[in-house]
Design a protein around this ligand. Structure first.
Ligand SMILES: [Ca+2]
Ligand SMILES: [Ca+2]
Ligand SMILES: [Ca+2]
Length: 231
């Protein structure tokens, strides 16, 4: 009789049992969902970090290649090198920007190294600066940690062309050193500019994890020195 009663009880679930089972399942699913969301955010943050790092690495390579050939002037027909600009803070050679010329081609469209005595081709007249937009009013000074874009400028016959090369950049700083490793602070004239032998570049990129309650910002710094070959 006792056995029969137990068998009868085992034939189905009571409403209470189903409710408890559903509640437990709900809690388990909530936990699993939370893990997935957390993992997803982790990956997004990792991807952002990788993207910023890759961008800065690419810019470092580009800047190194270009600054290495600053002042390249085999024909020596005119002054070529680091450029002053008294009217526009984006286009001078100081702490927040760099501007240089080099004679590496004649602009005939082939890929040969053909210096022709001038630096009139777009690839021969290059600059870098940082801003929230390419406009002078939105330029960011060295030490201003507002996230901005690093722009590469080329000065050609068709005008000034500012191209974004890296986003989320929270600092860009240039320092200049002469042959004796003495720092040249704010070189304003060609006499000072022609003494530059080494350029130190500091680029800081930011990755902010928006999923976190904390406002802590993670940054990634690249600092490198380029010994100029041609001056
Ligand atoms: Ca400047
Ligand atoms: Ca050529
Ligand atoms: Ca040229």
């Amino acid at each position: 009789m006792v056995i029969k009663t137990m068998k009868q009880q085992q034939t189905g679930f009571t409403l209470l049992e189903i409710m408890i089972a559903l509640a437990v399942l709900g809690m388990v699913l909530a936990g699993v969902t939370k893990i997935f969301v957390t993992t997803g955010r982790y990956h997004t943050s990792q991807e952002m970090t990788m993207e910023v790092m890759e961008n800065i690495r690419a810019v470092k390579q580009l800047m190194t290649d270009e600054i290495l050939s600053a002042g390249c002037n085999p024909k020596n027909k005119r002054r070529i090198g680091f450029e002053p600009d008294t009217s526009d803070d984006r286009f001078d050679t100081d702490a927040n920007s760099i501007h240089f010329t080099r004679d590496i081609d004649n602009g005939d469209g082939d890929a040969l190294f053909e210096p022709d005595g001038d630096a009139e081709e777009p690839e021969e007249n290059i600059g870098y600066f940082r801003g929230t937009t390419p406009a002078l009013a939105d330029m960011l000074n060295a030490g201003n940690t507002t996230p901005g874009t690093l722009y590469r400028v080329s000065f050609g016959a068709s005008g000034v062309n500012s191209q974004p090369v890296a986003d989320n950049i929270t600092d860009l700083r240039f320092r200049y050193f002469d042959a004796n490793s003495n720092e040249i602070i704010n070189p304003t004239n060609t006499v000072d500019l022609d003494k530059i032998r080494t350029v130190e570049v500091t680029i800081i990129g930011q990755v902010q994890n928006t999923a976190r309650v904390s406002t802590a910002k993670r940054t990634w710094t690249q600092q490198f020195r380029i010994r100029v070959r041609n001056i």
